[in-house]
Design a protein around this ligand. Structure first.
Ligand SMILES: Nc1ncnc2c1ncn2[C@@H]1O[C@H](COP(=O)(O)OP(=O)(O)OP(=O)(O)O)[C@@H](O)[C@H]1O
Length: 250
């Protein structure tokens, strides 16, 4: 008689950190243009989510709504049960600084500052740490992305891949629960791109953060845990691609 099949526990699905309900962004006009239409989405901690779809389908527009860079014309965006869509601009700016880290295709580092000073900026803006503590944390962030020995360099003395890693260190400085990337590897060669993707996957799988990236790169989309496909401003598919990772999600 063969042994009974072991009963494996169901993977635990974490509570979403951010929930979009009927999120819509239109621009006035005749007829009005709809950038994002009626998007329903749950963003999970510990998961790397890729948003894909053809050019112009609304991927960046959706990411900017999720990241409080833009405000929806209707719908809800819930963080800890609070609707961020209805909040004042000041409250949204504060929450963005505290809970969200953004990485764009272009690094947007300030050229007159060193790598270290660039990473310290959001820490100083949040104002929770002294100058010395902010410096120590920024050094740690740079070390975590492999740039501990380049802290004194201004952006124009770093390579493209290094600049993007400084931008990632800056995005992580305030220890955000959500890390959002808009084509963060779009300007990088394949080696640096793979390094950035590894970093992003670690942020989700080892640190339990919710990581969401817009990408055209199907290789990156294939590595994501969850693939969100958009078409004509709509989320048309949300697919889990891999077994749930066990670390950092409970
Ligand atoms: N401020 C704006 N004013 C007018 N149209 C806009 C504005 N922002 C975006 N759009 C339009 O909204 C649509 C969605 O743009 P969005 O940048 O979100 O698409 P995307 O999928 O990220 O595109 P891509 O892959 O090419 O970056 C596009 O048709 C774009 O031209």
């Amino acid at each position: 008689m063969s042994a009974p099949e072991p009963v494996l526990p169901e993977p635990v699905r974490p509570e979403p950190v951010l929930i979009a309900r009927h999120l819509t962004r239109s621009l006035p006009g005749d007829p009005p243009a709809t950038l994002v239409a009626d998007a329903d989405l749950a963003i999970l901690p510990g998961r790397f989510t890729a948003i894909v779809g053809p050019s112009g389908c609304g991927k960046s527009s959706l990411l900017y709504l999720l990241g409080l860079i833009d405000r929806p014309t209707s719908g809800q965006l819930l963080l800890d049960g609070r609707d961020l869509a209805q909040m004042s601009g000041d409250d949204r700016a504060r929450i963005r600084l505290e809970h969200f880290g953004f990485v764009f295709q272009f690094h947007f580092l300030l050229p007159e500052f060193t790598a270290l000073e660039n990473v310290m900026l959001p820490l100083r803006r949040l104002g929770r740490l002294s100058q010395a503590q902010a410096r120590e944390r920024a050094m740690q962030m740079l070390a975590d992305v492999g740039l501990g020995d380049k802290w004194m360099k201004p952006p124009d003395r770093l390579s493209g891949g290094e600049r993007q890693r400084v931008a990632i260190a800056r995005a992580l400085a305030n220890n955000p629960r959500l890390v959002l990337g808009d084509e963060p590897t779009g300007n990088l060669d394949s080696v640096n791109s793979a390094r950035v993707v590894d970093l992003f996957r670690d942020l989700a799988h080892k640190q339990g953060r919710a990581v969401v990236c817009v990408t055209h790169d199907m290789g990156i989309a294939d590595l994501a845990d969850i693939r969100v496909t958009m078409l004509d401003g709509r989320v048309v598919e949300v697919r889990e691609q891999h077994p749930a990772p066990s670390a950092g999600t409970q």
